[in-house]
Design a protein around this ligand. Structure first.
Ligand SMILES: Cc1ncc(COP(=O)(O)O)c(C=O)c1O
Length: 383
């Protein structure tokens, strides 16, 4: 049967205008963390097929239109990268929010009377997930760099030490890319006598580049996390949102029944899942491998260091956390923000040197700021 070929940007003016808008904004779009150095368009032929990885990734579904064999390799890659002991579980999700929801759902299954502690800098998907799951939650203060305040954490943990405690650690906060120390948090909870504990590392932003740095902080499963998530559309720059969640499998014998018509147990938050996203993750991982990813992480960190230095040179207050691709700076005036859309909160803004961000972009932004620098009188300190 002949298929109807849909009009593309050359034939439909609305689509043409959208494509021009996207292309036109690319050179100044450095405020949001999406790598732009990888081109996934060679996988275009797969757009001719529905790819639906419905249900548990370990079970091939009854239909043939899936990429679960590729998904399983993606999961094994990340289980290795984040040193997950056997048995582990996980799947490719629709994004960081679903990964966090899935991880907290697992934590709640393990500890139904657990209380969740997360810092004020946690991503908004964390309080949303605890609200959806009906889990009691305590918000812990942060330090000025965005890292969790360990003294405040201990204070709350002491108050609740007879209950299971579930901590969500930020492995790269959204605004400042601060990293909470999972190994240290485990020690602190043990010291105050919390017997039942579960730590989820929300590593959506920084998990991959951190795991590939020479001296990573303690954040993965060998460091004491029980689950971890990373984002696919950030450091790996997939053209559609996606994410991976990996967790210790505390109950490997229980996956639930196979749903007869899908052929897979219903262990995932959504039923139908994006098989093209899993395939794209596989393609980038198998082509670049750890060494290629490490080189990209390194070049992003070098670019962030360069950007920080350039801002320092022109006297614009800025700083960055150790290892971070994110440069935090005093919020530029509206004229600069109109050209450079930078996320902004309480007088601070940031841009992120994801792979693909160039010196030219950094130099152009800095030149714009240099032109208004005399107006700067006070603000965030430059470290
Ligand atoms: C630290 C962190 N966690 C979770 C998320 C949620 O990811 P998504 O927007 O893919 O749901 C983000 C996204 O910005 C994030 O930065």
């Amino acid at each position: 049967m002949a298929r109807t070929v849909l009009n593309g940007p050359d034939d439909n003016p609305r689509l043409g205008a959208l494509l021009r808008r996207l292309a036109g904004s690319a050179s100044t779009n450095i405020g949001f963390p999406a790598a732009v150095d990888l081109d996934y368009r060679t996988l275009g032929p797969f757009l001719g097929h529905l790819l639906n990885n419905v249900g548990d990734p370990a079970f091939d579904p009854t239909h043939p239109n899936h990429t679960k064999e590729f998904e399983r390799e993606v999961l094994a890659f990340f289980a290795g990268l984040f040193r997950a002991p056997e048995p582990w579980t996980g799947y490719v999700t629709s994004g960081g929010s679903e990964s966090n929801l899935s991880a907290l759902y697992l934590a709640r299954s393990r500890y139904p009377d657990g209380i969740v502690l997360h810092s004020a800098a946690a991503h908004y998907s964390i309080p949303k997930a605890t609200h959806l799951l009906g889990m009691p939650t305590v918000v812990v203060r942060t330090q000025p760099n965005g890292e969790i305040d360990y003294d405040d954490l201990v204070g709350h943990a002491e108050l609740h030490r007879r209950r299971p405690i579930i901590v969500v650690a930020n492995i790269g906060t959204t605004m400042t890319e601060a990293v909470d120390d999972v190994a240290y948090i485990q020690d602190l909870l043990a010291d105050v006598g919390v017997r039942h504990r579960h730590i989820h590392s929300d590593a959506a932003l920084s998990g991959i580049p951190l795991a590939l740095s020479d001296d990573p902080p303690g954040f993965d499963l060998a460091d004491g996390a029980d689950s971890i998530c990373i984002s696919g559309h950030k450091f790996l720059g997939t053209p559609m949102p996606c994410s991976v969640v990996i967790a210790r499998h505390h109950d490997p014998d229980h996956r639930g029944d196979v749903v007869a018509y899908t052929g897979s147990p219903d262990t995932t938050i959504t039923g139908s899942r994006n098989g093209l996203a899993a395939l794209m993750l596989w393609a980038v991982l198998q082509q670049l491998g750890r060494s290629g990813l490490r080189a990209r992480a390194e070049s992003g960190r070098n670019m962030a260091q360069y950007a920080h230095q350039r801002l320092h040179d022109i006297g614009w207050p800025s700083w960055r956390n150790p290892h971070a691709l994110t440069v935090v700076l005093r919020t530029p005036p509206p004229a600069i923000l109109a050209r450079w859309p930078l996320p902004t909160l309480a007088g601070l803004s940031h841009f992120i040197c994801m792979p693909g961000v160039t010196r030219r972009q950094v130099d152009q932004l800095t030149a714009g700021l240099a032109a208004v620098t005399p107006a700067v009188t006070s603000g965030c300190a430059s470290h």
